[in-house]
Design a binder for this molecule. Structure first.
Ligand SMILES: Nc1ncnc2c1ncn2[C@@H]1O[C@H](COP(=O)(O)OP(=O)(O)O)[C@@H](O)[C@H]1O
Ligand SMILES: [Mg+2]
Length: 409
């Protein structure tokens, strides 16, 4: 029997899937630390928890440590501490360090959380990545632009969801960005050489520093292009066969990057580019399960419950590598225009053409307000043994589905 504590400030549906997977594992007693009241959870899940502790700030290391100590008295011990939120990874590492709990410590967590630090570690270890500079002022930004050259990407060193991320093509754009959104001493910005190429992910499980399993996916088009065009609908595809030599560089450099950052055991979500010439550049990596329905995509592609598999890995350090059974992909539906969702067009056509491929559909509903993120207002997940079928299907969804925004009468 293992005693584990899950930290989740807010009990949102996506988070609750991970909590439920951990709570329902055999041989696990799970305590929950959250900001939201326990009453938010379904009755069966509340009954499956061995304890709950409510805090006022669920990302504060001191509060998490205090709550974990209470939980340890209640359960007899706390053997592992887990959470999937990006902003929690450093505080969780601090608490593990302070309380002597196994798992990723704060030093390693910081390598993953702070992108400037991550890139510095990559460069020092010869892991291919974009050249970068962390800048604290307009003067430093201009010097970095002169040294790195355009096009550049400006982004927060600890961002997520491509927020406050901009492409800068020349001095004029740099000047405009410095006026509107420039860096300061307390708000440094990461400037990177822009990598031109096809963006992919590399999701992997490492145990004791060895690569146990991995998945590769491709974004069509890249998240930054999606963000620059509020109406662009996009897709991500997990090809069925990823055994080809074209993926050897990411298998090799991806693992080297993870080892350089200090990862011993964990599921991580890495993003990387393939340049037109064929060489690769690693963009970033998060030491947590991926968001954006990605954990569901991994589950569909391998016919396993990746939520539960992640929880088992975190708690027991075990993972049975699943075989890829299908090609899978998600198409993200994004509203066009302004206002709330008034109609979705094209669904009948898509149902007729692709109905057999759909394994999950989360369709926008009338009156819904736009999410303001690249995940848009809804998504459709397709699955088939052949990659080309899924790829063609995703293109059809992106072409045909149209989410109309406007005034709801
Ligand atoms: N150096 C770069 N070259 C090209 N595109 C980039 C670069 N850095 C970021 N991007 C684009 O911006 C997106 C968001 O940046 P990323 O570093 O992944 O931050 P986040 O944590 O917000 O996902 C990426 O998915 C990619 O499309
Ligand atoms: Mg990213």
């Amino acid at each position: 029997m293992a005693n584990a504590v899950f930290v989740a400030p807010f009990l949102l549906p996506a988070t609750v899937r991970f909590i439920a997977a951990a709570a329902l594992l055999p041989d696990v007693r799970l305590g929950l630390i959250s900001q939201d009241p326990e009453e938010r959870l379904r009755d069966d899940l509340r009954a499956a928890l061995s304890g709950h502790y409510r805090v006022t700030d669920g990302t504060d290391a001191q509060q998490i440590a205090d709550a974990t100590r209470v939980m340890a008295r209640h359960l007899g011990s706390v053997d592992s501490l887990l959470g999937m939120l990006e902003q929690l990874q450093v505080p969780l590492g601090e608490v593990r360090d302070a309380l002597g709990i196994k798992g990723m410590g704060a030093e390693v967590a910081r390598n993953f959380r702070d992108k400037a630090r991550m890139k510095t570690v990559f460069e020092a270890n010869g892991v291919p990545c974009a050249r970068h500079r962390l800048v604290h002022s307009a003067v430093e930004a201009r010097a970095a632009a002169a040294a790195l050259g355009y096009p550049l990407v400006a982004k927060p060193p600890a961002g997520a969801g491509a927020r406050s991320t901009f492409r800068l093509d020349g001095d004029h754009q740099l000047a405009a960005w410095l006026d509107a959104d420039g860096p300061g001493d307390a708000s440094p910005v990461l400037l990177e050489q822009m990598v031109i190429g096809a963006e992919h992910s590399f999701d992997s499980v490492v145990i004791d520093g060895e690569l146990i399993w991995h998945s590769i996916s491709r974004y069509l088009p890249t998240p930054l292009e999606v963000l620059e065009n509020p109406w662009v609908q996009w897709a991500v595809i997990l090809p069925r066969d990823i055994s080809g030599a074209e993926y050897d560089p990411i298998r090799h450099d991806g693992l080297r990057g993870l080892r350089a950052l200090g990862l011993r055991t964990g599921l991580t979500h890495m993003e990387w580019f393939r340049r037109p010439g064929g060489d690769i550049a690693i963009s970033e990596v998060a030491a947590r399960p991926p968001g954006a329905q990605f954990t569901s995509l991994l589950s569909y592609a391998h016919d396993v419950d990746m939520y539960a598999a992640w929880a088992r890995l975190e708690i027991f350090g075990e993972f049975s590598p699943p075989e890829r059974q299908y090609a899978v992909g998600a198409a993200y539906l994004r509203g066009q225009g302004s206002g709330s969702v008034v109609a979705i067009h094209g669904l009948d056509t898509l149902q007729h053409e692709l109905g057999d491929l759909v394994v999950e559909a989360h369709l926008p509903v009338q009156g819904q307000s736009p999410s303001g993120t690249y995940e848009g207002e809804g998504h459709v997940i397709l699955r088939h043994p052949e990659t080309s079928v899924v790829e063609a299907g995703l293109r059809r969804v992106v072409e045909v589905a149209r989410v109309e925004l406007g005034e709801v009468s």
